[in-house]
Design a protein. Structure first.
Length: 363
């Protein structure tokens, strides 16, 4: 599916060159990173233990996996780590090596890119605008049974729609896929932002199913994209062995390994982030829902998708308007099944959220 190239949240240098706006002046509503910055506990501990870079990391990342296991309430033996979730997506494409993959979309482009690089063919299962981008489970089951797929890819909560699939529905999907011989990759990059995390995360289902893997990272919730720390959870022993024996050694550096044993223990930071995000999810949805100018979709992640109802506007013009005012939002025209009628922005601090909201409402 051919779509236009779009500016990503990390493309500030390209934005600066294209629009002549200094990148340091841009408030980035497109990167989906926690506006609270890194955990205060992490900042303190990294300063104290900077000398960890003098030694190689533990090849088995025993302490790191134990910390993640405690945080996710799952068996550390089911956990493996990687150089960000991006590396893990790439490894899944290589190791599962699907000939045919079904991706629920619109969604993050990296899944299709990596599967394509591994030689697989891609089919997108459409989350329909007419159904408010909610998963039609009956239609998904029909598609899965119609054609054999080696892999099903789910982003939950989904980027860019910010919608979520419940654990009950996921278990039904897992059972069908187990019967059909389809492996499932679930990206939970944004799960910790959701008020529905306890009843939507697939992590607890690792005790019941071995035909799926959950991917997470620290880039978004813990505001640490530069650490490049990701992790995966699966009960599949064969896959875990393959990752651990064939993955490049020490793919997670000593600083990131230390960070992962610290940040998950910063309960105050985690609590404040969740409370703030849940308030903004509701507040900004209500504001745009009452505007008559945009249609918002309920947000379970730290960003919201808006459909532009005003016929005088489109995503490109709003993107440029925002850039000229030092705000960067996401033009969603590049996502499968979306058009120039959709934009997405993440939640920054409340003052900046209000400034962006005012600009969009008065556009």
């Amino acid at each position: 599916m051919e779509k236009k190239k779009a500016f990503h949240g990390s493309d500030l240098e390209l934005i600066e060159k294209e629009f002549g706006v200094k990148k340091e002046n841009i408030i980035n509503f497109a990167a989906n990173v926690n506006p609270m910055g890194i955990s205060p506990l992490l900042k303190e501990e990294l300063t104290k233990h900077i000398n960890v870079i003098e030694t190689y990391p533990d090849r088995n990342y025993t302490d790191l996996r134990a910390s993640i296991g405690k945080y996710c309430a799952c068996n550390p033996e089911y956990i493996t780590v990687g150089n960000g979730s991006t590396e893990l997506i790439s490894l899944m494409a290589q190791f599962i090596h699907p000939e045919k993959a079904l991706i629920i979309g619109p969604t993050y482009s990296e899944y299709g890119h990596e599967i394509g690089l591994s030689g697989g063919s891609i089919t997108y299962f459409e989350l329909k605008e007419s159904e408010d981008f909610r998963l039609n489970i009956e239609a998904l089951f029909t598609e899965l049974q119609k054609t054999h797929y080696d892999m099903l890819v789910i982003c939950n909560p989904n980027n860019p729609t910010s919608g979520i699939i419940s654990q009950d529905i996921l278990s039904l999907i897992m059972q069908l896929c187990k019967d059909l011989g389809t492996f499932i990759m679930i990206d939970e990059t944004y799960m910790e932002f959701s008020r529905n995390e306890a009843c939507a995360s697939a992590a607890p289902l690792t005790e019941r199913f071995d035909n799926f893997i959950v991917l997470r990272g620290v880039s978004k919730f813990f505001a640490s994209p530069g650490l490049r720390l990701g992790y995966a959870i699966t009960q599949n022993k064969e896959l875990l062995h393959k990752i651990r024996t064939e993955q490049n050694p020490w793919s997670v550096n000593s600083i990131a390994a230390l960070a992962g044993t610290v940040m998950y223990n910063d309960s105050e930071y985690i609590r404040k982030t969740k409370e703030f995000m849940h308030e903004e999810q509701t507040r900004l949805y209500d504001v745009f829902n009452a505007s008559g100018k945009y249609k918002p979709y309920p947000a379970d992640a730290n960003f919201i998708l808006l459909k532009i109802l005003d016929e005088k506007l489109d995503a490109a013009s709003l993107f440029e308007l925002c850039i000229r005012n030092n705000f960067m939002i996401r033009n969603c025209d590049s996502f499968p099944f979306l058009s120039d009628r959709f934009i997405r922005f993440c939640f920054m601090n409340r003052e900046d959220n209000d400034k962006l909201t005012e600009l969009l409402l008065n556009a």
